[in-house]
Design a protein around this ligand. Structure first.
Ligand code: KIV
Ligand code: ZN
Length: 526
């Protein structure tokens, strides 16, 4: 098999394309929404990681989604990963996706349509022949706007085999270049994947001209296993997300798929073009942006993924790491925590450190703000680690265009006095001050925020974690707010837990303000 693909040219048999959908399938899950800046930041990290295709969003879903796909496409006007926009089969969807991805040098339109009996009957209320007709019309239209068109059979794993073959044949005949078979509801087993892809490659006329793609959800915890089974049966594109985020139980995790392939070439003889040493950094950036840390035992990127607790294991690893490690921690970006700089470090050293941590070029204003906070941190904290710098800069950089800005906070608390917070915020450039008491210092602080910026949002989650170890560690706080069914998460980091809480609340509030201007995303249905 040697496919001549519009964006990838002659594809070697062992090449596997990594299609990242963190910014689309991942972002659409509750609590994981990102603003434009955060998406751009994530897009840069994904590019450094080496993903081949970046599904940047679902442009018809809202003006905000359209703008972010377009902004990412503009970022890659001179080259970079293939930028993909999702669309249902309607004309408006396809034209909107085409317009959003247009600035990218390498672009793709991704159309999806349900093909399973259940979805056709209850969701689409269509006969199979109508679905076939929509497939033909939508792929034809999309091909008028992009050379690279992906067609997905939503709920493909539960689709009747003969009908799936007919749909795939029609999509190929009308110009689809990638055929994706999603396990939309995470129902399939690895043997189903093997059967489906083997069948399609053997039975469908034109199958040799396209790339087959697999897209697996994790409802039964089998997303990665199903992905590997699909590759073994001939799929050459895998759709996945960082940390496995996505609808419900999530999508197949990019880092797990890539490292499974790298670790077991005997069984999966394929080559993903991923810079694996950037995996951890990308995973952490996503956690910082979304406020969701991965669980400690998460494969590859969890805090315990390379930690050896038992004496027998430790002894083995000291003698030869391969005794209990199937890949090196360094190969995915783990390094020993670096003691970086102290209060005497200068701005130039700080800028160099940021570059080394993968922040690229930061504008002077942002650099000055981050540097001021670093100095402040270095005064309060004995040792400043890479993780501290990342937490602090992420905290600063994410807040660029925010309407509400934290200025200062003074809190009195203890067993004798009622907790009181004196808070200063800048709202649309004007300084406001409020004093409030509450059931604790955090409560008093949140009441003060409300009295400066009145709102109806309900606090749904408040959680505190530590960035590093020790009692002087920075606290990383996540606050979830809900307003009118819209949910947002904000993060804040500081050595003072109450200040971190205020920052997190304000971050969430700013996100809510962005959301208010966004129309509700259209339901993901064709
Ligand atoms: O899970 C799914 O079916 C999808 C499609 C839009 C590809 O995400
Ligand atoms: Zn999906």
């Amino acid at each position: 098999m040697s496919i001549d693909h519009p964006n990838f040219g002659k594809l070697a048999d062992d090449r596997v394309i990594i299609f990242d959908t963190t910014l689309r399938d991942g972002e659409q899950s509750p609590g994981f929404s990102m603003n434009l800046q955060e998406k751009l930041r994530m897009a840069e990290a994904l590019t450094e990681l080496g993903v081949d295709v970046m599904e940047a969003g679902f442009p018809i879903a809202s003006p905000g989604d359209f703008e972010s796909v377009k902004a990412i496409a503009e970022l890659y006007a001179q080259g970079g990963p293939v930028i993909c926009g999702l669309a249902r089969t309607g004309r408006d969807d396809i034209l909107r996706a085409a317009e959003a991805v247009k600035p990218a040098q390498r672009k793709r339109i991704h159309i999806f349509l349900s093909t399973s009996p259940l979805h056709m009957k209850y969701k689409l209320r269509m006969e199979p022949e109508q679905v076939l007709e929509l497939t033909v019309n939508s792929v034809t239209l999309a091909r008028q706007h992009a050379d690279d068109v992906e067609w997905s059979a939503e709920d493909g794993s539960r689709t009747e085999p003969d009908f799936l073959c007919r749909c795939v044949e029609a999509a190929i005949a009308h110009g689809a270049t990638t055929i994706n078979i999603p396990d939309t509801v995470g129902y399939a087993l690895p043997e189903d994947m093997e059967r489906i892809f083997t069948m399609l490659r053997n039975r469908v006329p034109g199958a040799e001209k396209v790339i087959f793609s697999t897209h697996n959800h994790n409802d039964l915890g089998l997303a990665v296993a199903n992905t590997i089974a699909a590759i073994r049966a001939g799929a050459r594109q895998v759709e996945c997300t960082i940390n496995g985020i996505g609808e419900r139980a999530g999508n197949a995790a990019l880092e797990e798929i890539v490292m499974a392939i790298r670790t077991r070439p005997d069984s999966v003889p394929c080559k993903p073009a991923i810079a694996t040493q950037n995996i951890l950094k990308t995973s952490k950036l996503l956690s910082t942006i979304t406020g969701f840390d991965v669980q400690p035992n998460k494969a590859i990127v969890g805090r315990n993924a390379f930690a050896h607790e038992s004496g027998i294991h430790q002894d083995g690893v000291l003698k030869n790491a391969a005794t209990y490690e199937i890949m090196t921690p360094e190969s995915v970006g783990w390094t020993k925590s670096n003691l970086v700089m102290g209060k005497h470090s200068g701005r130039a050293a700080f800028r160099d450190k940021l570059r080394a941590l993968g922040y690229g070029e930061i504008g002077d204003n942002k650099l000055n703000d981050a540097f001021r906070r670093f100095k402040d941190l270095a005064d309060r904290k004995k040792a400043v680690y890479d993780e501290d710098i990342s937490a602090l800069v992420d905290d600063e950089v994410m807040r660029d265009n925010n309407r509400i800005k934290f200025v200062s906070l003074d809190v009195r608390a203890g067993s004798k006095t009622p907790p009181t917070a004196v808070l200063e915020l800048e709202v649309d450039g004007t300084l406001h001050t409020a004093t409030a008491t509450g059931d604790g210092p955090v409560d008093a602080t949140f009441i003060a925020i409300r009295s400066i910026f009145a709102h109806d949002a309900t606090l749904r989650l408040y959680s505190v974690g530590a960035v590093t170890e020790g009692t002087d560690a920075q606290a990383r706080v996540t606050v979830r707010l809900e307003e009118g069914g819209k949910m947002v998460d904000g993060q804040g980091a500081d050595t003072d837990t109450i200040v971190a809480s205020a920052r997190a609340y304000i971050h969430a509030l700013n996100k809510l303000l962005v959301k208010r201007t966004r129309t509700e995303p259209a339901a993901l249905s064709a």
